[in-house]
Design a binder for this molecule. Structure first.
Ligand code: NAD
Length: 269
């Protein structure tokens, strides 16, 4: 029987979507550091995925890069097929892939809306559904973990903080929140744990322009006084994937330097 307090992921197989860069890459590496072998999904960044794979292999773990667009059902099914064929039955799935396509509401096209919803929300559904199907097929392996599987979504502080000029993104993460909780309610009796992380501002490509032009403005929203590092999120995901969090079900772990404390209201607001 695996030890409940351990953060150790030895013997477990993980899939991380969108793992060629940013938070996904850092998460794949942190899972490997904890002992997992990792499938590095990417949409079309072979070079980035190869970098993540090399870093995992340097940690002495197995890794494989698999291309696939999480918004396409056929790609998600073949991602899981190829993952199982390469590394074996999957214990941990991190639905991390996401994107932004910002516009003021009057200028936001239906394509802008669909581009974000199809990856952040529909992608979460497709990856989550397939994870649950595969966990069921694998069953519980009590020598590995008391849980049949661990599904973790990469949400955002914008699942609760409204975000003007980014309504497609905020709506996708708000939807992801109830997708995560409803899935957890549906499958937790089978010992499948579904949880989420909600990052604040983390230094990745998704906000490179904002960090360049408005770093001071961003820092005003972060009581802890620094932009987050992708590894800050990777470590939180590794915790949610481990038996150390075995009694956590349907929760969102906010990793945001205090952004959801609404620091604008400190003092007299
Ligand atoms: P990023 O742009 O570096 O990573 C996003 C990854 O998703 C990229 O590797 C991209 O190729 C991949 N991706 C996009 N569309 C895809 C698709 N259709 N299929 C497969 N992969 C696809 O940015 P990031 O900050 O690392 O973002 C990772 C996740 O973290 C996203 O879900 C994002 O919404 C969330 N997040 C980021 C921040 C932040 O401040 N960086 C804050 C909150 C939430």
């Amino acid at each position: 029987m695996a030890s409940f307090e351990k953060h150790d992921l030895t013997g477990q197989i993980a899939i991380v979507t969108g793992a060629s860069s940013g938070i996904g890459a850092a998460t794949a590496i942190e899972l490997a550091r904890a002992g997992a072998d990792v499938v590095v999904n990417h949409r079309h960044s072979e070079e980035g995925a190869a970098r993540t794979v090399a870093m995992i292999e340097a940690l002495g773990r197995r890794a494989v890069a698999i291309q696939g667009d999480v918004s396409l059902e056929a790609d998600v099914l073949s991602l899981f097929d190829e993952a199982e064929a390469s590394l074996g039955a999957v214990d941990i799935v991190v639905s991390n892939a996401g994107r932004q396509k910002d516009a003021r509401i009057g200028d936001m096209t239906l394509d802008d809306w669909n581009a974000v919803i199809s990856v952040n929300l529909t992608g979460g559904f497709l990856v989550g559904r397939e994870a649950i199907r595969r966990f069921r097929r694998k069953g519980i392996r009590p020598d590995i973990s008391p849980a049949m599987g661990k599904l973790i979504f990469d949400s955002s502080v914008h699942q609760v903080i409204p975000w003007a000029f980014h309504v497609n993104y905020a709506a996708s993460k708000g939807g992801l929140h109830l997708l995560m909780q409803s899935l957890a309610q549906e499958v937790s009796a089978e010992r499948i744990r579904v949880n989420a992380v909600a990052p604040g501002a983390i230094a990745t490509a998704i906000n490179a322009e904002e960090r360049e032009t408005n770093a001071d403005g961003m820092l005003k929203l972060i009581p802890y006084g620094r932009i987050g590092d992708p590894a800050d999120i990777g470590r939180a995901v590794a915790f949610l994937a481990s038996d150390a969090s075995d009694y956590m079900v349907g929760q969102t772990l906010f990793v945001d330097g205090g952004m959801t404390l609404y620091p604008e209201f400190r003092g007299n607001g």
